[in-house]
Design a protein around this ligand. Structure first.
Ligand code: NAD
Ligand code: TYD
Length: 347
């Protein structure tokens, strides 16, 4: 298949990467019809889709991917499902894994069943490089490496992937999988490292670095990730997974913190080392040549991506201030106990 499907069901499209993908699709000259199905959990936000709300090809349905009846009805109106819907934060999975199993594992099954029944042309599962687990330098993960998940989050994403491979082998559902690396950019809920550190720094609050700050990740700008997913959707081979990483040297937590300090003009004293994350994967690093062979390449390097990201959070306080003084506070207090009094705005 060398072109995009024409009628898409985008599950989890009100989240960070899903909304970037929806904006990308509806910005195309020959835009497909896009139905977003999203439960609007703490991480889902209709403001992320405000830009496309009036687009004639867009429709929003509030609902749960675990709702089999709803999913089957919606799947009957499209020819393809792209699944972003998931619980996505490792630290929350450590505190409370239950929702991860429900949404990431059972929810993916529910979508796959609907794709099978309606004989869809494509099913794209948005997965993660975390399925490879900790990878020792200098190795780069390739798609045929075995999964070695080590957190409840990554284990739930592997559970989803395994069902995708099974549905391809057993029922010939034309599944493709993307394994994106750590993604950052505008519209990200301020719990992952980049938006957390940027919003903390903008308010001159501490940036909590886990352990020695030496764990490394491959950071990918959100629009590059969304374009990678579109490329695999149009050109990927059914039954295959595709790594989507920035490449180059992965960065550690202290390097991310220093980049934020430089771009916000804040002092190094904001860096505060806190207890390490249990089971913290020390290194992720990807070989993305399979996706690059399809014609995908990231456009923004880390510094340019961070400049755009910091500028966006600086000028969009209305996006993150209500979050950080609301739902987020409870999580922050549980996860960062020694810093509990230092989140934005006391409740
Ligand atoms: P996010 O947390 O910003 O958004 C997740 C979205 O899914 C939200 O809109 C939420 O409301 C929705 N959702 C959650 N449970 C649902 C359910 N049961 N039914 C319907 N909708 C539900 O996540 P994100 O960072 O945009 O990640 C999107 C996908 O990309 C996820 O599958 C994630 O595993 C994967 N991924 C993320 C990253 C990253 O760095 N953020 C990297 C690689 C892969
Ligand atoms: P995160 O953004 O949670 O993504 P993931 O764990 O899914 O890769 O974390 C990225 C890296 O940053 C990881 O090594 C953990 C570290 N980190 C901190 O040091 N402090 C924090 O407050 C957070 C959220 C992450």
């Amino acid at each position: 298949m060398a072109e995009l499907p024409r009628r898409l069901l985008v599950a989890g499209g009100a989240g960070f990467i899903g909304s970037a993908f929806v904006r990308l699709m509806l910005g195309l000259q020959q835009a497909p019809q896009v139905t977003v199905l999203d439960k609007l959990t703490y991480a889902g936000n209709l403001a992320n889709l405000a830009e496309v709300a009036e687009h004639p090809g867009y429709r929003f349905v509030e609902g749960d991917i675990c709702d089999r009846e709803l999913v089957e009805t919606l799947a009957g109106e499209v020819d393809c499902i792209v699944n972003f819907a998931a619980e996505t934060h490792v630290d929350r999975s450590i505190l409370d894994p239950d929702a991860f199993i429900k949404t990431d594992v059972y929810g993916t099954f529910s979508l796959l069943e609907a794709a099978r029944v309606h004989q869809h042309r494509r099913f794209l599962q948005v997965s993660t490089d975390e399925v490879y687990g900790d990878v020792e330098a200098p190795a780069l993960s390739v798609e045929d490496d075995p999964p070695r998940p080590r957190s409840p989050y990554s284990a739930s994403k592997v559970g989803a992937e395994m069902q995708c491979f099974a549905y391809h082998a057993t029922y010939a559902v034309p599944v493709v999988i993307t394994r994106g690396s750590n993604t950052y950019g505008p519209h990200q809920y301020p719990e992952k490292i980049v938006p957390l550190f940027v919003t903390q720094a903008l308010d001159s609050l501490p940036m909590p670095v886990y352990g020695d700050g030496g764990a490394v990740r491959d950071y990918l700008y959100v629009d590059d990730h969304a374009r990678g997913i579109a490329t695999v959707l149009a050109r990927g081979t059914a039954g295959r997974a595709y790594n989507l990483g920035q490449g180059g040297d992965p960065l550690n937590g202290l390097q991310v913190a220093r980049s934020v300090l430089r771009l916000t003009g804040r002092p190094a004293s904001l860096i505060q080392h806190v207890a390490d994350r249990p089971g913290h994967d020390r290194r992720y690093a990807l070989d993305s040549s399979r996706a690059r062979d399809l014609g995908w390449t990231p456009e923004l390097d880390f510094e340019s991506g961070m400049e755009r990201t910091v500028a966006w959070y600086e000028s969009h306080r209305e996006f993150w201030e209500p979050i950080k003084s609301g739902e987020f506070l409870d999580f922050y207090r549980r996860n960062y106990r020694p810093l509990a009094g230092t989140a934005t705005a006391p409740s």
